[in-house]
Design a protein around this ligand. Structure first.
Ligand code: SF4
Length: 168
């Protein structure tokens, strides 16, 4: 009889992890694991945001320098409203980060990755290189009604003018 009691207790102990009495402990373990997982994924998404912001900053700098140099080399000028080149440069920089190439930001594409690989619309695009035609109005020739006097824009202007245009 005593032996039966002891065996019953042993079996009950063995089954404990699978009974509802054990559930709070299991839940606790799951909860703390999820919290940890959530924290890790939050940290990693913050890191990704930081990396993306840094990459975008570098790309804005690169595209601003490229545009200033290209204006000089081709004898073109920026629009009298500098928010136009600022928005285009920002768009080129975003494509440089997301696609690895400065795909023209003023067009619609069914498949941006394919277009970026193709290269026809990577800035300076083929129409610009062949005929000095920039439909984004980034590089304007003297006969354009909207041409300004300047061939230089700073990164600060790009940031400031794109923020203003996004907000307003
Ligand atoms: Fe560059 Fe051509 Fe777009 Fe002008 S139209 S911003 S040159 S890709």
């Amino acid at each position: 009889m005593e032996l039966l009691k002891v065996s019953g207790i042993i079996i009950a102990l063995l089954l404990l992890p699978f009974t509802s009495a054990f559930a709070p402990f299991q839940n606790h373990r799951c909860t703390s694991y999820s919290t940890q997982q959530y924290k890790m994924s939050k940290d990693s998404s913050e890191n990704n945001d930081d990396e993306r912001a840094e990459a975008l900053e570098k790309a804005v700098k690169a595209m601003t320098n490229f545009s200033n140099k290209y204006c000089e080399n081709t004898g073109t000028k920026y629009c009298s409203d500098k928010s136009v080149p600022a928005v285009v440069i920002q768009g080129l920089a975003e494509h440089k980060v997301t696609l690895g190439a400065p795909l023209c930001p003023c067009r619609y594409y069914d498949d941006k990755e394919k277009e970026a690989k193709d290269g026809y619309w990577n800035c300076p695009c083929v129409p610009m290189r062949e005929r000095r035609e920039c439909h984004c109005m980034l590089f304007l020739t003297d006969d354009n009604a909207f041409v300004g006097e300047e061939t230089h824009i700073t990164e600060e202007e790009v940031k400031e003018l794109t923020q203003t245009s996004l907000l307003g």
